[in-house]
Write a protein that binds this ligand. Structure first.
Ligand SMILES: [Fe+2]
Length: 365
């Protein structure tokens, strides 16, 4: 932290430690499609561009530092300067929301003698998992810097056995190949012919063994043709982008004609049906969450029974399901076709935040 700047890692640490800090978002309202959890948005963009605090001059701010944030840090730096002139302990978030895209936090729980760490990309809502049994671990859908998983594994004394993706991702760059390489672990992908690098393909029903247990691959096509859920002894289902806590996945990001889209929506319906036939106490841990993820250490998950009761879309018969899904597809995630190209080639650019900026748009709205 310098006199008037703070890095993403430093802010992440303050929030994770529950320290008093006010995050003041000064982006223009039209640019606010995702946010830092607990942040206050004040529409002062035009005033700041003209060198005035505008509504920020009369804000009643709680004690503790104020972190200003905008798209990439320029307007926030103006706010910081003007606030500091007014005696406020203000700091600019380095790199703004574009850099915040890479911030993460964790939650941890125990499920049938396994430890499950949920590693959450707080801004984009990407959820990844470290699942441990007898000090051996599998990482599912890694979406933050591979070094983060290396550190989390090292702190716990766990050995990485395999890294598994639930599908070829379109909203974030997969860190699986890099992480598997760093740790000398196996790389597991659903069987398909899209990935252009060596991996262990898993088919429906295949088991990935670790510790005293295993993850069983359950093919759940629809979001993509290869989409796969990983089951931990019928006590937990890592559903990727097929089934979310309040919604289902979108079937359109692989492109194709309207007819192909409808056919993928029908597959999705079948997959969701299969998942909802799991025991009602089965925990569902999806690949995304729709909102900014708080630094509260609470797992984001629910049970099959709760989804059956509460998610009306998931209960629909095939024809109304297809109709509802096709009518509610949100805008595509930014750069999705370029991200897919990188993921099919197994490449990770030096600065992923440029391609990955923006909100998560994986679920049917
Ligand atoms: Fe996806």
């Amino acid at each position: 932290m310098t006199a008037d700047r703070i890095t993403v890692a430093e802010l992440q640490e303050l929030l994770a430690a529950g320290r008093p800090v006010t995050v003041l978002d000064v982006r223009s309202p039209s640019d606010v499609d995702w946010e830092i959890p607990g942040s206050i948005h004040v529409d002062a963009y035009n005033d700041l561009q003209s060198g005035r605090l505008g509504p920020l001059a009369v804000l009643d701010l709680p004690p503790g530092p104020v972190v200003t944030v905008c798209g990439v840090g320029r307007t926030a730096a103006i706010a910081t300067h003007l606030l500091r002139v007014n005696g406020v302990e203000a700091l600019t978030l380095d790199g703004g929301m574009r850099s915040w895209s890479l911030a993460w936090n964790t939650a941890q729980t125990t499920i049938s003698d396994c430890q499950v760490v949920q590693v959450r990309r707080t801004g984009k809502g990407c959820l990844s998992y470290i699942v441990e049994s007898q000090s051996e671990a599998i990482v599912i859908d890694p979406s933050v810097d591979p070094e983060v998983y290396v550190r989390l594994l090292g702190e716990r004394g766990w050995r990485l056995v395999a890294v598994a993706d639930s599908h070829i991702h379109a909203d974030h760059l997969s860190r699986s190949r890099r992480l598997a390489h760093l740790e000398g672990a196996g790389l597991v992908l659903p069987a398909q012919d899209r990935a252009q690098y060596p991996f262990r393909p898993v088919a429906d029903g295949e088991r990935i063994v670790f510790g005293s247990t295993g993850l069983v691959a359950m093919r759940t096509p629809g979001h993509t043709d290869e989409s796969t859920t990983y089951l931990l002894d019928d006590t937990a289902a890592f559903t990727g982008d097929t089934l979310f806590l309040n919604s289902v996945g979108r079937p359109d990001l692989e492109g194709g004609t309207q007819k192909e889209l409808a056919s993928r929506a029908r597959l999705l319906h079948m997959s969701v049906r299969h998942l909802l036939e799991l025991p009602e106490a089965t925990q569902v841990f999806p690949g995304h969450f729709a909102e900014a993820i708080p630094f509260d250490g609470r797992m984001l998950g629910t049970t099959v029974g709760t989804i059956r009761d509460n998610v009306a879309l998931a209960r629909l018969e095939e024809a109304p399901f297809v109709q509802a899904v096709l009518a509610r597809i949100p805008p595509s995630p930014p750069n999705h076709s370029r991200i897919v190209e990188f993921n099919e080639r197994g490449e990770l650019p030096g600065d992923p935040s440029e391609l990955e900026a923006g909100a998560n748009r994986c679920a049917i709205a």
